[in-house]
Design a protein around this ligand. Structure first.
Ligand SMILES: *[C@@H]1O[C@H](CO)[C@@H](O)[C@H](O)[C@H]1NC(C)=O
Ligand SMILES: *[C@@H]1O[C@H](CO)[C@@H](O)[C@H](O)[C@H]1NC(C)=O
Ligand SMILES: *[C@@H]1O[C@H](CO)[C@@H](O)[C@H](O)[C@H]1NC(C)=O
Ligand SMILES: *[C@@H]1O[C@H](CO)[C@@H](O)[C@H](O)[C@H]1NC(C)=O
Ligand SMILES: *[C@@H]1O[C@H](CO)[C@@H](O)[C@H](O)[C@H]1NC(C)=O
Length: 472
C-alpha cells in the first residue's frame, strides 16, 4: 500500500520515467560485474586445502588470479597442491604453503602471521577444514569423539576467525565457512558432526551481526581525525570541541582570547580517551594572516584536516535607522560570513586530500527574519546559502558542506534574561532551551559517515521553535 502511494507520488513528478529509472544509474556499476570474480591482488586463505573440497576452492581462486594460502596437516600434500596452483595462476603466483594443525593455537597464529608476512594482508578467509567421527549417544568413548569433532569443525574456526578478524577489517574482507547439510538435517550416528556444523552455521550468522554493521557502530569514532572548530573557547563551539574530543579526535581550539582557548584545551585533553593535547591557536578570523596561520599550524601539528567547523560568529542588534549601521554591518558580515569564506578558501586543498567535510554554524535567524537583527539575519541567511553553493562546487572533490542552524541556546546561566527564557520555553514545542551539546550532537552526525550522502543540508536544531516564534 505504502509502495503504491509512493509510486503514485513519484509518477506525478517524473511521469513515465520511473519505469526505466535504472537507465539513469552509472553503467560502470554494471560493467564492474564482469570483474567481480577477478581476484587479482586478493589474498585468499583456505584451510584444509591440501585435498578434497578445499583443494577445489584453492584451485578456482588461483585461476581467478588470487594469492592463495594453502594449508593442511601434511606438508607433502600441501606442497603438491601448491605446485598445481602455481601452474593454474594467470600470473604464475607461488602460493604460500603452511603445514598446520588447526587445533593448536600456535599453528593458528603462525598461519595468520605468515600470511600477513608473505602477502601483506588477508581478503578472504575460507574455513573449510573439517572432519567427523561417527558418534552415537551410547558410545563408550563418546566425549573423545565429540571433542575431536567440535575441536576441528567449530573451535578451530572460532580461533582462526578471532585471530584473522583484525586483518579482515583492514581489507573489508570476507569469511566463508564450509558447513554441511548435516548442519541442517539430522543424521543418525552423526551426533557430534551434526551439532558442530549446526553451531558453525549459527556462528556465521552471529558474526554477520557483529562484523557487518561495524561501519555504523564506529561511525562516530573520530580517532585519527583532525577537527578544527572556530569560536571554540566558549558556548556552542566549546560544546562541539568537547564532543569531538570525547569521540577521539585531534581538536584545534581557536578563538581570540588566549586564556579562554587554553582553559578549554585543558578540558579537552582530559576528555580525550587518548588524552590528546589539542592545538591551541589564538586568532582573529577577520585577519587574513591569522587565517593562514591557523590552517598552517593545524597541518604542521596534526598533518591534515578532516573536519572544519565554522562556528565563530555573533552580532548585536541592528536597525536600518542606526547611526553607526554600516560599521556594525561590516563587523557582523566580517565575522559571520567573510571570515568563513576566507577560511574555507584556505582549507579546501587540505580537505580535498582527506575527503573532509565542512559544517557552518548558522542560526534560525538566517531562516526566520528577526526585526532587530538586520545584519545578523542577513549574514546568516547568506552563510546558509554559502554551504549550498559550496556543496555544488565541492561535491566532486569528495567534500561535503552542511549547515547547522541552532535555535535559542543557553550557553551559560547568564545568557538569557529570565523573562526571555520563560517566553522561549513556553513557545518551544520541546519545552526547553537548547544546550551546546544538542548542537554538538548534530555537528558530530553531519561530520560522521552516517551523513556521507548528506551535503548542502541545513539542520535546524531548535526544539521546533522556528514554527512558533514569539510575535513582537
Ligand atoms: C524511458 O523509456 C521510454 C520508452 O522506451 C523512452 O521513451 C524514454 O525516453 C525513457 N526515459 C528515460 C529517462 O530514459
Ligand atoms: C583482473 O584485474 C587485473 C587488475 O585489476 C587486470 O590487470 C586483469 O586484466 C584482470 N583480468 C581479467 C581477466 O579481466
Ligand atoms: C571499507 O569500506 C568502508 C565503507 O564502505 C570504506 O570507507 C573503506 O574505504 C573500505 N576500505 C577498504 C580498504 O576498501
Ligand atoms: C575507535 O577506533 C580506534 C581505531 O580505529 C579503535 O582503536 C578504538 O577502539 C575505537 N573506539 C571505540 C570506542 O570503539
Ligand atoms: C576519497 O574518496 C574517493 C572517492 O570515493 C576515494 O577514491 C579516495 O580514496 C578517498 N580518499 C581518501 C583519502 O579517503
Amino acid at each position: 500500500m505504502k509502495f503504491v502511494l509512493l509510486l503514485a507520488l513519484f509518477s506525478i513528478v517524473k511521469g513515465n520515467q520511473i519505469f526505466n529509472k535504472s537507465n539513469d544509474f552509472d553503467i560502470h556499476h554494471y560493467k564492474d560485474v564482469i570483474q567481480s570474480r577477478n581476484f587479482t591482488d586478493k589474498v585468499v586463505l583456505i584451510t584444509g586445502s591440501s585435498s578434497g573440497i578445499g583443494e577445489g576452492i584453492a584451485k578456482l581462486f588461483a585461476v581467478l588470479g588470487a594469492k592463495v594460502v594453502v594449508t593442511g596437516r601434511k606438508e607433502a600434500d600441501v606442497h603438491k597442491v601448491a605446485l598445481e596452483l602455481e601452474k593454474l595462476s594467470p600470473y604464475k603466483i607461488k602460493p604460500l604453503e603452511v603445514a598446520a594443525d588447526l587445533t593448536e593455537s600456535e599453528d593458528i597464529n603462525r598461519l595468520v602471521e605468515q600470511t600477513i608476512k608473505t602477502f601483506g594482508k588477508l581478503d578472504v578467509l575460507v574455513n573449510n577444514a573439517g572432519a567427523g567421527k561417527a558418534t552415537l549417544i551410547g558410545d563408550p568413548d563418546l566425549l573423545k569423539s565429540w571433542d575431536f569433532t567440535f575441536g576441528i569443525d567449530l573451535r578451530a574456526v572460532v580461533e582462526l576467525t578471532h585471530t584473522a578478524v583484525p586483518y579482515l577489517e583492514k581489507t573489508n574482507g570476507t569469511i566463508i565457512d564450509t558447513s554441511s547439510i548435516a548442519g541442517i538435517h539430522p543424521i543418525p550416528g552423526s551426533l557430534a558432526y551434526n551439532c558442530a556444523k549446526a553451531g558453525l552455521n549459527m556462528l556465521a550468522k552471529v558474526l554477520a551481526l557483529e562484523l557487518g554493521p561495524r561501519d555504523v557502530i564506529q561511525s562516530r569514532n573520530f580517532t585519527d581525525k583532525v577537527v578544527l572548530v572556530t569560536g571554540s573557547s566558549s558556548g556552542i563551539g566549546e560544546g562541539i570541541a568537547k564532543l569531538f574530543a570525547v569521540l577521539g579526535a585531534k581538536v584545534v581550539v581557536t578563538a581570540r582570547k588566549e586564556a579562554d582557548v587554553h582553559k578549554v584545551a585543558l578540558e579537552l585533553e582530559k576528555l580525550s580517551p587518548y588524552k590528546i593535547k589539542p592545538l591551541e591557536i589564538v586568532a582573529d578570523l577577520t585577519k587574513s594572516e591569522d587565517i593562514t596561520r591557523l590552517v598552517d599550524q593545524t597541518i604542521k601539528t596534526f598533518g591534515k584536516l578532516d573536519v572544519l567547523v565554522n562556528n565563530a560568529g555573533g552580532g548585536a542588534s541592528t536597525y536600518i535607522w542606526d547611526s553607526g549601521l554600516l560599521a556594525a554591518w561590516d563587523q557582523i558580515f566580517n565575522i559571520n560570513l567573510r571570515g568563513v569564506v576566507e577560511l574555507i578558501h584556505t582549507a579546501v586543498p587540505h580537505l580535498e586530500k582527506t575527503n573532509g567535510t565542512i559544517i557552518d554554524t548558522s542560526s534560525i535567524a538566517g531562516i526566520a527574519p528577526m526585526s532587530d537583527m538586520l545584519a545578523y539575519s542577513s549574514a546568516k541567511a547568506a552563510l546558509t546559502m554559502l554551504a549550498k553553493v559550496l556543496a555544488l562546487e565541492l561535491g566532486s572533490k569528495g567534500i561535503r558542506v552542511n549547515t547547522l542552524s541552532p535555535g535559542y541556546t543557553e550557553v551559560n546561566s547568564w545568557s538569557f534574561p529570565p523573562e526571555l527564557k520563560k517566553l522561549v520555553i513556553k513557545q518551544t514545542p520541546l519545552k526547553r532551551l537548547g544546550e551546546p551539546l544538542d548542537m554538538a550532537k548534530a555537528v558530530a552526525f553531519l561530520a560522521s559517515s552516517d551523513a556521507d550522502f548528506i551535503t548542502g543540508a541545513n539542520i535546524v536544531v531548535d526544539g521546533g521553535i522556528i514554527y512558533n516564534l514569539p510575535s513582537e
